[in-house]
Design a protein around this ligand. Structure first.
Ligand code: SF4
Length: 428
């Protein structure tokens, strides 16, 4: 994995537009995330105003020695623990993770790349996932039974994943089946197929597995929707409305046939006729990081750099995706930058840690985040070198802390939904 130079490892206060320092969305970002462990919220960053569900995992107090240690000391302790654990350990780092953590990762990637990367280390006893909760769950579903998956801070959830819970989705499903019935049409297609974005709990992946459904990522959402439409007349897509809408719209599904399901209203806020006409029923979830991007920011980037290439993530709102030059997954964005052969100006609509890392890795290009205010993913922010040092030193001492274990009752069905995704092939 590329090691990040310490001189660029400032995470929050890096340049945002290639020239000028940006402001942060909250001064609380300067504090250690352990300050927020006892508080019932996502912590500082883009999701801090979202409502965290009751019962979300809380992180216990981080031992003080890890709170007061300097970053240099923490890095030295992490390196020493890694060396001691050797091949028994693999550390995974998500693209949106801060550089101070990512520099210790054996693999850097998106959630599914990382879950698969863990499979390339079948002998590793410990998989330390520097990402968020649903990613660690996915790694546990795919890992061997003997492997232990560890999330350095249990409060690193995902506000989008938390917007769809199994009870609400089950209730929606029951209501939808009361409208559609359970019988297939003349072509053998089910009335409705559930599709969950990777950014969802293991329980929802299992729900899809058990109900003829499938998982998708932002890289393969179109292929997965094609798979679903071959088997069903319509789709219930959760939790991210924007990925569902942007993907289905690009496939030619009219917006009028994509009602949004509000779990607090009868029939999700639609009419029976509207649901019968629907092709994609969108859950009302969103990512607070990608919701920050606006058409106004794109206009400002184009005014400043007329030849700018605007590349955004499909979790952005539809009007932002429509106004951009390109939209694609984190891996698509990374490949777009890596593949540019001439010096290019990129305005990128995704999480700021990834944008800043690209800017540092590709100095021949001008790369900046579309949002001039620096506001990282608040849940990724909860992983800090202090937590990484803590979980690793506990492993060295023979203690496993913060293990993520997916219930055996949901594991098989969740794996089935993931395997369907892996088997789905693009039409062209
Ligand atoms: S960037 Fe958005 S979708 Fe990704 S982990 Fe953070 S809140 Fe969840």
């Amino acid at each position: 994995m590329t090691t990040i130079d310490a001189s660029v490892a400032t995470t929050i206060r890096l340049i945002t537009n290639g020239q000028a320092p940006g402001e942060t969305c909250t001064p609380e970002l300067d504090k250690g995330p352990w300050q927020f462990d006892p508080t019932p919220g996502y912590g500082p960053g883009s999701s801090m105003h979202d409502v965290i569900p009751t019962g979300s995992p809380r992180q216990g107090a981080l031992p003080e020695q890890y709170q007061v240690a300097s970053n240099d000391e923490l890095h030295a302790r992490i390196r020493a623990a890694k060396e001691t654990l050797g091949d028994r350990l693999v550390i995974l780092g998500h693209f949106y993770q801060r550089d101070e953590v990512v520099q210790h990762a054996d693999f850097l990637g998106d959630s599914f790349q990382l879950a698969n990367a863990a499979l390339t280390k079948p002998d590793a006893e410990y998989i330390v996932f520097c990402g968020v909760h649903f990613m660690a769950e996915t790694a546990d579903i795919l890992a061997r039974d003997e492997q232990k998956v560890i999330l350095p801070n249990l409060a690193a959830g995902c506000s989008m994943a938390d917007m769809a819970d199994i009870d609400s989705v089950q209730a929606a499903w029951d209501e939808l089946l009361s409208v559609y019935g359970a019988e297939p049409d003349a072509e053998g297609r089910a009335p409705i197929i559930p599709v969950t974005y990777m950014n969802s709990s293991a329980a929802l992946k299992a729900f899809c597995g058990a109900n003829g459904g499938i998982v998708c990522t932002s890289s393969n959402a179109k292929t997965v929707l094609e798979w679903a439409f071959e088997r069903g007349q319509r789709v219930l897509f959760f939790p991210d409305q924007h990925l569902g809408r942007n993907t289905a719209k690009a496939m030619g599904v009219p917006l009028e046939q994509m009602p949004m399901w509000n779990p607090r209203r009868p029939l999700g806020g639609s009419t029976r006729e509207g649901l019968l006409d629907a092709k994609v029923i969108l859950w009302h979830g969103f990512c607070s990081v990608h919701k920050r991007f606006t058409v106004g920011q794109i206009d400002a980037a184009r005014a400043q750099y007329p030849d700018v290439r605007v590349v955004v993530h499909p979790e952005c709102p539809m009007e932002v995706v429509d106004a951009a030059d390109e939209a694609g997954s984190t891996d698509y964005i990374r490949r777009a930058v890596a593949g540019a052969t001439e010096p290019t100006t990129f305005a990128i609509g995704t999480e700021v840690n990834m944008v800043n890392r690209l800017a540092a890795e590709y100095p021949q290009h001008t790369i900046f985040c579309l949002d001039p205010v620096i506001c990282p993913c608040s849940t990724m922010y909860r992983i800090h070198p202090g937590y990484l040092a803590w979980v690793l030193e506990e492993l060295v001492a023979g203690r496993v802390v913060n293990e993520i274990v997916v219930d055996a009752g949901v594991q098989a069905d969740a794996k089935l939904a993931l395997e369907r995704m892996l088997a789905a092939k693009p039409r062209d």
